[in-house]
Design a protein around this ligand. Sequence first.
Ligand code: SF4
Ligand code: MG
Length: 330
Amino acid sequence: TKHFPVRKRGREMLTRGRRAVRAVDDVDLTLRRGRVTALVGESGSGKSTVARLLAQLHPRTGGEIRLHGEPVTVKGGKAFRAYCRRVQMIFQDPFASLNPVHTVRYHLTRALKIHGRAGSTAQDQEQALHELLTRVQLTPPEGFVDKFPHELSGGQRQRVAIARALGADPEALLADEPVSMLDVSIRLGVLNLLRDLKERLHLAILYITHDIASARYFADETLVMYAGRMVEGGDSETVTQQPAHPYTRLLIESAPDPDRLAPDAESAAPAEKGSGEPPSLIAPPSGCRFHPRCPVAMARCRIELPPRFEVADRPGHWAACWLYDAAVTS
Ligand code: SF4
Ligand code: MG
């Protein structure tokens, strides 16, 4: 039996939210600068909970989050504050995340000031604002800086939310469904912007989505969540082209068109197509949580929880599924 190493190390950010809340269990992921990691799953899989835990918006009841190998534990402590600056969140609904009574200038200046980056003179401040807007391709910046959220399109609002996050000079962005509420026609533009920022600013990005087709397009690495657990992971090309876990296969079969960004709503994702509904996280099924819906379930699947197995001959590709238990198959 070959176990995938559960814990990754390095100078990169390590996050570990084991038994963090009841909704999420045995979650283990590492974000690296210059890399997009997609966390894919249907509604209720726990993927947003993971983002909120990493953003410290949920109190953790266990587990560990590390930044550059250092545990981030004490709320309000120095390490905690540094973490909150370095790890910024982008939400699904840019309208809800911006205050409607304030202009773009207010939102961005506030972010810069909180993080001590506003500059000392009015001129410095204006320049910092313009740089942020230019970075998210809202140009000329003079045309946007005094606008209110309702005067902007959804895509422009999301760009302002991204600019605000960049105001902290972060190392990592946690983006929870950042394009799913936007028009299909502008989704690609926002994802391309994030990719561009990843490269130019050497950011780590966690991209949370229900849309595995977009993960293939946008992410370097893809992790799949089901019922609060991670069930498959590897580089995006491999996971989306040669999925190993029966749940990932179901996700891909249900995606409307693998070469396009899926236009459907989160709730319309694969549950209807596969047999059965995603299980309750309060009382998840025994053994493999996917077994009630799995077309190839075996007797042991109902009883034993599968650990992560490396998929044969594919280094870095793993699946938490008994089909890959080398002790049985070889
Ligand atoms: Fe299906 Fe069993 Fe694999 Fe779970 S462990 S996905 S039930 S084959
Ligand atoms: Mg969600």
